[in-house]
Design a protein around this ligand. Structure first.
Ligand code: PZK
Length: 301
């Protein structure tokens, strides 16, 4: 059973995702807290990864800065309650669009499944003969409807987005999503990392301005692949989670993915290697050394 979200004095808990928790502040703004929780094979593991929440928070802040000339973001401040220092941000409360805005430059995951079934992804016809990991000639906007926690988002057509948010807003969502992907892909490529796809959450401010929300371009919202290991025609190793997946699938873990049993706790060496992968992604992308400023997550023991 996954741990309960932290109780924060005076704050109302609003939502919990697999790894993040959202609270309402007395000011009316929101507090988004990134935990050290880790998901794999669609499950939240019982083992936490030290510093993961802080690494991902700092990475997301760095990306917001890289994207600031393309789209405004929701972060107001990193001045947060001391229990969550370093891994939480104060953000503006927006009216969120009921759609996950995904850009894909490479074919894998649900996009690959849809392509294999229909030759299309979100109603977009793709050339024949693509395989797992194929680079697309042009990045594509592949929106998805938001599913309840634990369910998978469902890929939807652009027409469905138009029906949900109106034609003008739908065009804006596509344009900003593809612009963010293009900017981010250029940056990751220069640093030896392939950005296969990324998922954005967008909302509007009271004056109607489109604003980028949630976390952006972290390994939890995007697929990062080490460029040196890229080989289309097979599933690509994940930058951050491959050690965890390999161990869970190994006989050593004793876990049978099909059993419905919760996965066993991760060995210390798997935890430390995985922590190092998150830190390395942060350092490779930002060019900055990661120095933790947080108190340890009290739920990580
Ligand atoms: C908002 N989520 C996703 C779920 C999380 C986050 N700035 C905003 N204004 C209004 N709503 C949201 C945001 C943002 N970001 C984001 N749900 C609502 C979500 C669970 C945990 F941390």
């Amino acid at each position: 059973m996954p741990p309960a979200p932290p109780t924060l004095a005076g704050l109302t808990h609003l939502h919990s995702g697999k790894v993040r928790d959202l609270y309402a502040l007395p000011s009316g703004d929101l507090l988004m807290v990134a935990s050290d929780r880790l998901s794999a094979f669609d499950l939240v593991l019982n083992t936490t990864i030290p510093d993961k929440g802080e690494v991902l928070t700092r990475l997301s802040l760095w990306w917001f800065d890289q994207l600031a000339d393309l789209v405004p973001h929701h972060v107001l401040s990193a001045d947060v309650p001391e229990e969550v220092r370093g891994r939480a941000v104060v953000c503006r409360r927006l009216s969120m669009f009921p759609v996950e805005c995904v850009a894909r430059g490479y074919l894998t995951g649900s996009g690959l499944l849809d392509y294999r079934a229909t030759g299309e992804v979100c109603g977009l016809a793709l050339p024949a003969g693509l395989e797992d990991g194929s680079r697309l000639d042009q990045p594509i906007f592949t929106p998805a409807s938001k599913a309840a926690l634990g369910d998978h988002d469902e890929n939807v057509s652009f027409a469905a987005v138009e029906a949900a948010v109106g034609t003008a807003r739908a065009a804006e969502l596509r344009e900003v999503t593809l612009a963010v992907y293009a900017r981010a892909e250029e940056i990751t490529r220069e640093r030896g990392i392939i950005l296969a796809d990324t998922k954005l959450e967008l909302g509007t401010a009271p004056d109607g301005t489109l604003v980028l929300a949630d976390e952006v371009l972290t390994p939890d919202s995007s697929r990062f692949w080490p460029a040196e290991d890229y080989r289309p025609g097979r599933s690509q190793p994940s930058y951050d989670k491959q050690v965890v997946r390999n161990w869970l699938l190994s006989t050593e873990s004793g876990w049978d993915r099909a059993s419905g049993e919760p996965p066993p706790p991760l060995p210390e060496e798997v935890v430390l290697l995985t922590r190092q992968r998150y830190v390395e992604a942060y350092e490779r992308l930002t060019g900055e050394t990661f120095v933790p400023t947080t108190a340890p997550d009290p739920r990580s023991s």
